[in-house]
Design a protein around this ligand. Structure first.
Ligand SMILES: NC(=O)C1=CN([C@@H]2O[C@H](COP(=O)(O)OP(=O)(O)OC[C@H]3O[C@@H](n4cnc5c(N)ncnc54)[C@H](O)[C@@H]3O)[C@@H](O)[C@H]2O)C=CC1
Ligand SMILES: O=C([O-])CC(=O)C(=O)O
Length: 338
């Protein structure tokens, strides 16, 4: 019996993500949680009419309590978190930290209490910092299992597949492109030299392609012009979040050979120490993760034999990512100094 939870289910990502999970045969119960009471109840009733097996339940809180969050997450197998505010034009993902840091910490505290063994997939931005916040919160509660905590960076992979396919003509479904590092701007490092099948990016297209992958989020934010629900990517993100969640659930059921990059805590996962040595000592990094019944089975070090261009991208990533990680860790460990 697999209980899945979407926290932030009434939002721009939450709604389509919940629809995809409702359609999945891998989910037996889908609990939708949001602080937006009327919206989450409406979405729950709406989805509950779909004739797929997953049973839908909807939760919000009574007053200031977290009773809805607790009931939603109780004994969950997988918790996907797109709760929080999205960007509007002119904002960076780091601008979201002020609000989303506390939201993620609060949700993880509930998860630690009522579903300490759940797989936790963090979508809320800035992922580079919200995942360290989640890790430190779980550590403080004594229930941290790094193999089960994932920052969802799948949208960077999805965008890479789309944009590389446009240039090379290779079908997106045939492409496998590791995108590593973090999830914002220059911290996003696509490694075309490690793609399968081999992809040939013409020199005159390389910089623009990398830029489009790194700033794909900004392209959407700009196009949406701050109008309508969800100021940033919602539909492509719902697909990406579902793709990653589905792999986690399939691996939990014993399917083998499932690999996808994800932003994980390296010291707590098999193979992580090698990546940590290669990235200059960072604890958190997005790397190709092989999934198994207990989450991360092992991670592979993607930072070998990089091309000169990729080494330059990595260098830029490593200028920014450490501060993002530190901000997240300090938010939990040293809040007074913030
Ligand atoms: N990891 C990634 O690749 C991506 C991440 N994102 C991030 O996902 C987040 C959500 O984006 P959208 O769905 O577009 O925003 P949205 O504003 O449409 O939806 C967010 C939902 O979260 C709910 N919420 C707020 N605080 C909550 C709490 N404490 N508990 C439960 N629910 C709460 C809101 O009521 C709302 O329904 C943003 O932080 C955004 O930056 C967006 C796209 C890609
Ligand atoms: O750009 C944003 O704010 C949302 C996001 O993370 C993405 O689309 O990759």
């Amino acid at each position: 019996m697999v209980k899945a939870v979407v926290a932030g289910a009434a939002g721009g990502i939450g709604q389509p993500l919940s629809l995809l999970l409702k359609l999945s045969p891998l989910v037996d119960e889908l609990a939708l949680y949001d602080v937006h009471q009327s919206q989450v109840q409406g979405v729950s009733v709406d989805l509950s009419h779909i004739s797929s097996p997953a049973k839908i339940t909807g939760y919000d809180n009574t007053g200031d309590s977290l009773d809805g969050a607790k009931a939603a997450m109780k004994d969950a197998g997988i918790i996907v978190i797109p709760a929080g505010v999205p960007r509007k034009p002119g904002m960076t993902r780091d601008d979201l930290f002020k609000i989303n840091a506390g939201i993620v910490k609060g949700l993880i505290e509930v998860a630690a209490e009522v579903a300490p063994k759940a797989f936790i997939l963090v979508i809320s931005n800035p992922v580079n910092s919200t995942v360290p916040i989640a890790a430190e919160t779980l550590k403080a509660k004594g229930v941290f299992d790094a193999k089960k905590l994932f920052g969802v960076t799948t949208l960077d992979v999805v965008r890479s597949e789309t944009f590389v396919s446009e240039i090379t003509g290779i079908k997106t479904s045939d492409l496998n492109i590791p995108v590593v590092g973090g999830h914002s701007g220059e911290t996003i490092v696509p490694l075309f030299s490690k793609a399968t099948p081999k992809v040939d990016i013409p020199d005159d297209k390389y910089a623009a392609l990398v830029n489009r992958i790194q700033y794909g989020g900004d392209e959407v934010v700009k196009a949406k012009e701050g109008k309508g629900p969800g100021g940033s990517a919602t539909l492509s993100m719902a697909l990406a979040g579902f793709r990653f969640a589905e792999k986690v659930l399939k691996a939990a059921k014993g399917e083998k050979g499932l690999v996808e990059p994800s932003y994980v805590y390296l010291p707590g996962v098999p193979g992580g120490d090698v990546v940590k040595e290669a990235n200059g000592g960072l604890d958190f990094f997005s790397v190709p993760v092989e999934l198994g019944p207990n989450g991360v089975e092992k991670v592979t070090n993607p930072l070998t034999d990089l091309t000169d261009k990729e080494s330059s991208l990595l260098k830029e990533c490593l200028k920014k990512l450490p501060k993002n990680i530190e901000d997240g860790v300090d938010f939990v460990k040293a809040p007074a100094q913030k």
